[in-house]
Design a protein around this ligand. Structure first.
Ligand code: AMP
Length: 279
């Protein structure tokens, strides 16, 4: 079983000799409740790194809703078991005081990329993400970091942040892993009732349908009304966004004439589901 490390001094003690001997260190930041999506990042890290650190930290700063933070699944023991077969070198599980000791006063904020999508609908979310990820990058001294395209905007934000702050790390994006019915794997799927779980794949189904129409030359305003109606019929109670944006820079688009992605966030039975696909 990989050592579970809970304090910064111990982490530094482990990482220092790896760095001194020139080993390539990879980090996979997570909030736990690990599923095959997370594990695909661990596998990608293991394939190209000499040492792999998986981090598990439910970061309070990136939750804009206290209820969401309280309900977020925490399954450390089974997470550690799931990681066993990957033989990772450390599981970094800092507690709140290690991450944000008394007097902590710094926020990392990435502009522009965070104005839209989850940045617009979850105020403060990406400041929380950028702040904790900057800390994880510096704490682990990793050479490579692995993030999922499932959170495509987050991937863009942390890539920008590392470049802007001259943190010497390569951010690697990895494809979204899905359930057989198309639902993007997410720790939040655990919060869906049995009934909601049946309807959850409709989000991806609707998105695939839109993407196909866009590839055939349709524009967003043609296809949106039917898509929104389909979501409503399936029980989705609110759509935070359903938008086409440039894959690079996230500018809003009406048609897919540059490399683009379709982004959605919508609520089903009190659970916020997000997804995005290349068009
Ligand atoms: P989270 O624990 O939700 O903060 O996610 C930790 C990392 O796993 C992030 O880089 C996510 O983008 C990635 N991730 C989450 N779900 C998936 C998925 N279904 N496929 C690929 N990566 C994922």
């Amino acid at each position: 079983m990989a050592p579970i490390v809970r304090d910064k001094a111990r982490l530094l003690e482990m990482v220092t000799p790896w760095k001194q001997s020139g080993e390539v260190v990879g980090v996979v930041p997570t909030m736990g409740a690990l599923h095959d999506g997370h594990l695909s990042l661990v596998a990608a890290a293991k394939a190209v790194c000499d040492r792999v650190i998986v981090t598990i930290f439910v970061n309070p700063k990136q939750f804009n809703n206290p209820e969401d933070l309280a309900n977020y699944p925490r399954t450390e023991e089974s997470d550690a078991r799931k990681l066993e077969r990957f033989e990772v070198d450390a599981i970094w599980v800092p507690d709140g005081d290690q991450m944000y000791p008394k007097g902590f006063a710094t926020t990392v904020s990435v502009s522009d990329l965070t104005d839209c999508l989850c940045g617009a609908t979850r105020p403060g979310h990406f400041e929380g993400v950028a702040t904790v990820v900057a800390k994880l990058f510096l704490q682990t001294q990793a050479d490579k970091a692995f993030f999922g395209e499932k959170d495509y905007q987050q991937l863009q934000v942390v890539t920008r942040m590392a470049a802007d702050l001259d943190i010497p790390i390569q951010v690697m994006g990895c494809p979204t892993i899905r359930e057989e019915d198309g639902l993007a794997m997410s720790s939040r799927n655990l919060l869906l009732s049995d009934r909601a779980r049946v309807y959850a794949p409709v989000l991806n189904e609707v998105m695939e349908r839109i993407a196909e129409a866009l590839r055939g030359g349709a524009i967003m305003s043609d296809v949106l009304p039917e898509a929104l109606a389909r979501l409503e019929t399936a029980g989705f109670t609110g759509v935070d966004y359903l938008e086409l944006r440039a894959a690079d820079g996230l500018g809003l688009l009406e048609s897919a004439d540059v490399p683009s992605r379709l982004f959605a966030a919508s609520w089903l039975a009190g659970v916020r589901l997000i997804d995005n696909i290349a068009v």
